[in-house]
Unconditional design. Sequence first.
Length: 310
Amino acid sequence: MTVDPGQRDAGRPRSPVTVIGTGTMGSALARALLAAGHPVTAWNRTQARAAPLAEAGASIAADPAVAVQASDLVLMCVSDQAAADELLSSGSLADLLRDRTLVQRTTGTAADGRRNAAWASSRGIGYVDAAILAYPREIGTDGAEIFYCGPGATAAGLEPVLAALGRAHNLGEDAGRAAVVDAALIAFFYGTLAGFLHCATLASAEGMAITDLLELTGPFFSRFIANAVTETGERIARRDYREPQSSMDTHLGGIDLLVLGSSRDAGIDVRVVTAIRDTFVRAVSAGHGGDDIAVLAELLRHPAAEQDGG
């Protein structure tokens, strides 16, 4: 289920929210909640970082226990899981969270989310694990994607709170699902950016203005790449790699001639491209030269498959 920020009901009373952790992202979350009309109580270990939120209308708590008592919904966004564990290991804080909903926005793995959910369940705390795909400046707009999950994902009043932050997607009761989506999409992000950085470096090394290149990259990404991602994903889901439009042999030839050859001629770093090429070489060596590029998913899923041809 997805909740769009544009679907907020302006006439609905806004529930109070406590925000634990007011770094760059935590402050953005608090400000978006305030802008949507939610009373916000904030706490940060370094109080000076929470103080600017008072000017925006937040109540600044002197300690986390006071902050937790102010709201039935507590949103935690601290530096890492170790910092979150340190706070939550306090028996008094855990007791105060009983019968409240804890939304853990601190970045973690799927295992962290499931561990936290088990800990919360044993203490009568409604647990929600959340991941945000957005920069702080995008919080509160439909440019922010909020993924949430866990035993407390259907808690009363949670939807409008998360919708105040961005487009909210309920991924169900598995408290690890949001972290899985977060990790998978961030892997996509870094791979895509690495490709674009090589693209821009190669073009500029050959004297092409980046502004001219950008006129071409947008349409290329929105049409060719978007279609390739969809088709590749559908092939992976079916595990059907036959009759490709372009075989692994053809792709490997293109990498060698166009990408590596042009990059070496331009005198730029080829280590990232070489790593990609090496993966293609392994697939072809394992007997997948005539298959679609989607077959690489099999090598990633089962690295031993390349030893016996799949």
